[in-house]
Design a protein around this ligand. Sequence first.
Ligand code: ATP
Ligand code: MG
Length: 210
Amino acid sequence: MRTILVANPKGGSGKTTLATNIAGWLAGKRQRVGLHDSDPQRSATQWLARRPALFPSIAGFRIDAGRKEMKEVGLEWLVVDSAAGLRGDALRDALRRADAVVVPVPASSFDMAATADFLAAVADSKPIREGSTLVGLVAMRVDARTRAAGELDAFLEAAAFPLVTHLRDTQVYVYCARDGLSVFDLPRSRGEQDWVQWRPLTRWLARLSR
Ligand SMILES: Nc1ncnc2c1ncn2[C@@H]1O[C@H](COP(=O)(O)OP(=O)(O)OP(=O)(O)O)[C@@H](O)[C@H]1O
Ligand SMILES: [Mg+2]
């Protein structure tokens, strides 16, 4: 079982959006995937409860689910949606279990300061120093016309981890969240623009399956 942790201690940075869409992508590829909602706010659990039965299935795990329970199901992938404020021992444990960490970074300078501290803590952790865990950054809610988008790029290009992709600011994610869907569940006419933006990230994650 390969574990993908989605983390950024900043509230509202896009963790649940990334986690649910990564799970949706894997499910669409006919992979056995679980979504571990480790946030007491339960947004990922609620998304899964809204997911129409006809769409590729994703196994849901509550915050208190044990590693053993999740392994017994025979999953190929586990996507962990973490809570805001993840740091200290909880962060260390989550990093130790992860094969890859995806960090959403929204375009606002306030978020960048919090993210810089978080990335420093991640870089300093043992599994990352030893190179056994991949870390990738995703620029979130990007409106290419804005100054904030340029500032975000400058910040992310100077970071210690690769900038894997940019995801645009679009209501498509809001509608998908409401309906229990990922962008990969949409018809081509509605999803294609976002699939193109996701491709570098799905390629990057696919490295874990080799
Ligand atoms: N690319 C995007 N375009 C438009 N809206 C987005 C995008 N990404 C996320 N959102 C919206 O931003 C809000 C916050 O996103 P999300 O819930 O994924 O953040 P979070 O990091 O999980 O928050 P929390 O820390 O509270 O768990 C949600 O309403 C979500 O639908
Ligand atoms: Mg969330």
